[in-house]
Write a protein that binds this ligand. Sequence first.
Ligand SMILES: NC(=O)c1ccc[n+]([C@@H]2O[C@H](COP(=O)([O-])OP(=O)(O)OC[C@H]3O[C@@H](n4cnc5c(N)ncnc54)[C@H](O)[C@@H]3O)[C@@H](O)[C@H]2O)c1
Ligand SMILES: *[C@@H]1O[C@H](CO)[C@@H](O)[C@H](O)[C@H]1NC(C)=O
Ligand SMILES: *[C@@H]1O[C@H](CO)[C@@H](O)[C@H](O)[C@H]1NC(C)=O
Ligand SMILES: *[C@@H]1O[C@H](CO)[C@@H](O)[C@H](O)[C@H]1NC(C)=O
Length: 417
Amino acid sequence: MQSLNRSRTQSRANRSLSLGGMDFAEPKKKNNFVGKILLTAVLTALCILMLKQSPNFNTPSVFSHHEEGVTHLLVTGGAGYIGSHAALRLLKDSYRVTIVDNLSRGNLGAVKVLQELFPEPGRLQFIYADLGDAKAVNRIFSENAFDAVMHFAAVAYVGESTLDPLKYYHNITSNTLVVLEAMASHNVKTLIYSSTCATYGEPEKMPITEETPQIPINPYGKAKKMAEDIILDFHKNSNMAVMILRYFNVIGSDPEGRLGEAPRPELREHGRISGACFDAARGIISGLKVRGTDYKTADGTCIRDYIDVTDLVDAHVKALEKAKPGNVGIYNVGTGRGRSVKEFVEACKKATEVSIKVDFLERRPGDYAEVLADPTKILHELNWTARYTDLQESLKVAWRWQKSHLNGYGPVLVSSI
Ligand SMILES: NC(=O)c1ccc[n+]([C@@H]2O[C@H](COP(=O)([O-])OP(=O)(O)OC[C@H]3O[C@@H](n4cnc5c(N)ncnc54)[C@H](O)[C@@H]3O)[C@@H](O)[C@H]2O)c1
Ligand SMILES: *[C@@H]1O[C@H](CO)[C@@H](O)[C@H](O)[C@H]1NC(C)=O
Ligand SMILES: *[C@@H]1O[C@H](CO)[C@@H](O)[C@H](O)[C@H]1NC(C)=O
Ligand SMILES: *[C@@H]1O[C@H](CO)[C@@H](O)[C@H](O)[C@H]1NC(C)=O
């Protein structure tokens, strides 16, 4: 574990430096007893003085104490796509944020953007750690006074989950258990959990309500469902405030262009439609392959519910504000409006102003015709509703970031588009 929080690393470095400079004493008169005592006294005084000057001595770490009027959130997976956008919103709303991420999929560059926006002490710290490491997680919980946890960290590609299911049960189900155990033993009472519409599988009736039976059909959906079950079982016998948010298809990025979506290049093949669309617009891939044009939908292509990340993050803040000890809230987070793949591709062409080549192919096994949220419950109970529902506009915002970050959060590349 390594803390990248600026003030902390600095003060730590200062302290070890000053202590390191102190073991110089090599008294010349060996049996000068009084001299030795004097030297010891002077050294001790010096030591105390130096320690006192170190910021860590008087104010250990702002993050380690609860503070009246300040809510301190642990954001797991905060270097990732959704987690970084959530952290930005929380910081803007004056929350104190600790990001824990092992950067296996997220980007340190996103954390740096946040640190530059919120450099003041006590706002944001980043801790590099793996949630699969229960010892590290417990240490983080004992060294930090969290009021609530937003648990985003996960692996999240349906296709990959069928190829490597253990990775999914490990990094979703088992890691959620680790987080939950740490919360229980350190008395952290509020959990906002990232779940997914993939926990519903292929329901017969659309739109999907929170009462729709959950019968997931791939390891990703199953791992998330299991994590939900663990949370709910634990909750029954505890005073924890739990909010489970089941997201539909997340798109878009920060309207002010500070953050974006930058998955590892090797994950492109598992990627989502918006990523593929931007890659096609950039010429990284030759075009888009639309699989299935004979579904029982208006234009024959699959229908999905696309939710803008800004709205999604807003749902998290509302869930946090309404979380009550002993209560559990489960909510779909979607727009309630379906868009076909054809519509999506058209919106993407307009947003990028690139005439992307589209091939229409056979169906891909495992895709279902229509997935649509019924967001009534979250409107009634949390007063949340999607506001960024212009697909083309969401894609335009995301494209703007993509175009100016051809190398993601890495070093800037110069190019002709
Ligand atoms: N993107 C979507 O469309 C979508 C839809 C439904 C649900 N979700 C859920 O939202 C959450 C965030 O997804 P995302 O799209 O931002 O993914 P992401 O891959 O961009 O972010 C996940 C983050 O978690 C971190 N992480 C993974 N395993 C870790 C571990 N063992 N220890 C520490 N950090 C770890 C990764 O490094 C990454 O930064 C996930 O729980 C995902 O299942 C996403
Ligand atoms: C991230 O965590 C996994 C375990 O979940 C671990 O195997 C992997 O080495 C970690 N990655 C990094 C970059 O630390
Ligand atoms: C997930 O778990 C596996 C172990 O099953 C590990 O090898 C991997 O690094 C973990 N993390 C990610 C992001 O895949
Ligand atoms: C619900 O949200 C709207 C828009 O943000 C706000 O104007 C309204 O006051 C809210 N209603 C309640 C009951 O909080």
